[in-house]
Design a protein around this ligand. Structure first.
Ligand SMILES: [Zn+2]
Length: 416
C-alpha cells in the first residue's frame, strides 16, 4: 500500500508530506479494495510506541484497536485512504469491538475429585511457574488437572495479553476478542512435527510453543512424541524464546510457556497399580521411560504420581474439591511475594539468585545432598529442588525455606 500511495502522492492525488505521520498496512487488491492481513497487532504496538498513526484494512481495525493509546483508522479502499489524506473524509478511529474484560476459564478445579497430591503439585507449579509431569494409569484425571492450570494462574497483565495476542496475529490464528486476556492453553497431538511444535516454514511462523507463550503447553502421552520433537523443546524451556534459522532469514519468537506433561508409568499403563494388572517386564518399562530423555526430565521441577482414585473418594464429600478461584487467590499471593523479592517467579531464578533467596540451614543442606546422592540426581537438580522449596515456602507465607518445605520439594523428584 505505501508504494501505491507514494505513486499517488507523486501524481498529486495525495498532498505532499501528508504521508509522513502515518504507517499503512494491508493487502491492496487490483480493484483498489483493502483486504485483511496477518500481523496487524504487532504493527499497531510498534506504531503506538513510535507515536505514529496506523491505517489498516477495516476488517483488521478491531484487532489494531486492542492496543490502548494507538491511533488507528480502518479503511475499506485506497480511494478512501486518499480522500482521508486530502482531508475530504474522516476515517473513524478503530475501536475494540468486544468486551476486554477477563473471563475466567470455564474449567474449574472443583471438578477434579480426589488426587490431593496432584492438586497440591499443580498449585505449587502455578505459584512458581514450574514445569510439571503427571505420571499415572489412564483415566485418573491427568488431562483434567493440566487443563485447569490456566484457571489458577495469576491473571495476565495488559502487556502480557498483547504479547500473546500478537503471536496469534502473526501466526494467522485469529484473535478471540472475548478470550484474548486469558492465558493460552495449547495441547498439540503427539504426531505433531518439529515445525508445528517450535515453528518454521519458508517464511518462519510461530509454532505451538510460541502460541503457548505466557500460558500452558500440555503434552499428553509424553513418550509417544517423536524424540527429536522433544529434544528441540530443551532450549526454549530454559531461555523462553526460540530462534528459527532458514537459509533466507532468521526469526526469533517468544516462547515463555509452562510445560505440563502427562504419561503412563508403562506401556500398559498399570505399573505400580495395587491391582497388580501390569503385564510389562522391567526391561519394557525401562525402554518406555527412556523415550523421555534425562536432560528433558531434569528440566521438569515437579514429577507427580497420579494413582487411581478409590471409588469411595469419587462419590465422597467435596472437602478436597476447592474451586479454582480459591486456589488462584493463594497462588496470586505467593506469586506476589516472589515478584516483590526477586522481580520474577521462582522457576526463573538464576543459580546465584537461588543461593541468595533459598538459603538452607546447615542440617537441611546435608539432607538435600544426601537425597541427591540416594536418588541419583544431577547437580542441576540441586538448584531446581531449591526453587520448588522456595515456592512451597511462599505458599505458606514463610520468609525462610524450612525443612518441611525442602522435604516436600524433594518428593516431587520421585515419580519415575
Ligand atoms: Zn504395564
Amino acid at each position: 500500500m505505501p508504494i501505491a500511495l507514494g505513486i499517488l502522492a507523486a501524481q498529486g492525488h495525495v498532498p505532499k508530506g501528508s504521508l509522513a505521520q502515518y504507517e499503512f498496512l494491508g493487502e491492496l487488491a487490483l480493484s483498489g479494495e483493502l483486504r485483511a492481513v496477518t500481523g496487524v497487532l504487532p504493527a499497531a504496538l510498534k506504531a503506538a510506541h513510535a507515536g505514529r498513526s496506523l491505517i489498516v484494512p477495516r476488517d483488521n481495525s478491531a484487532e489494531a484497536a486492542l492496543v490502548s493509546g494507538a491511533r488507528t483508522h480502518g479503511a475499506s479502499s485506497l480511494l478512501e485512504v486518499c480522500a482521508f489524506l486530502r482531508g475530504a473524509v474522516d476515517l473513524p478511529a478503530a475501536v475494540a469491538s468486544a468486551c476486554n474484560t477477563i473471563t475466567i476459564a470455564e474449567l474449574d478445579l472443583a471438578d477434579v475429585r480426589g488426587q490431593p497430591q496432584a492438586r497440591r503439585a499443580l498449585e505449587i507449579a502455578a505459584s512458581g511457574n514450574h514445569h510439571a509431569l503427571f505420571v499415572g494409569p489412564p483415566g485418573t484425571g491427568k488431562t483434567m488437572l493440566a487443563s485447569r492450570l490456566p484457571g489458577i494462574l495469576p491473571p495476565l497483565s495488559e502487556a502480557e495479553a498483547l504479547e500473546s495476542a500478537a503471536i496469534r496475529s502473526v501466526a494467522g490464528c485469529g484473535i478471540d476478542f472475548h478470550k484474548w486476556k486469558q492465558r493460552p492453553f495449547r495441547a498439540p497431538h503427539h504426531t505433531a512435527s518439529a515445525v508445528a511444535m517450535v515453528g518454521g516454514g519458508s517464511v518462519p511462523r510461530p509454532g505451538e510453543i510460541s502460541l503457548a507463550h505466557r500460558g500452558v503447553l500440555f503434552l499428553d502421552e509424553l513418550p509417544e512424541y517423536d524424540r527429536r520433537v522433544l529434544e528441540v523443546l530443551r532450549e526454549p524451556l530454559e531461555s523462553g524464546h526460540i530462534v528459527i534459522s532458514r537459509a533466507a532469514r532468521q526469526a526469533e519468537f517468544p516462547a515463555a510457556f509452562q510445560l505440563v506433561a502427562a504419561m503412563n508409568p508403562c506401556p500398559c499403563g498399570y505399573a505400580g497399580d495395587p491391582s497388580g494388572r501390569c503385564v510389562c517386564t522391567p526391561e519394557v518399562i525401562r525402554r518406555y521411560r527412556a523415550r523421555v530423555s534425562g536432560p528433558l526430565l531434569d528440566r521438569i521441577d515437579l514429577q507427580v504420581a497420579v494413582p487411581r482414585v478409590p471409588l469411595a473418594e469419587l462419590g465422597g464429600p467435596a472437602a478436597s474439591s476447592e474451586s479454582s478461584a480459591v486456589v488462584r487467590a493463594r497462588v496470586s499471593a505467593a506469586r506476589e511475594r516472589q515478584l516483590q523479592r526477586a522481580g520474577k517467579p521462582n522457576a526463573n531464578l538464576s543459580n546465584r539468585e537461588v543461593l541468595r533467596d533459598c538459603a538452607l540451614a546447615a542440617g537441611d543442606r546435608h539432607l538435600l545432598e544426601r537425597a541427591l546422592d540416594q536418588l541419583g540426581l544431577s547437580a542441576r537438580a540441586y538448584h531446581r529442588i531449591l526453587r520448588v522449596a522456595r515456592s512451597i515456602a511462599d505458599l505458606n507465607g514463610s520468609d525462610a525455606v524450612a525443612t518441611a518445605h525442602l522435604l516436600e520439594a524433594i518428593q516431587y523428584r520421585r515419580a519415575l
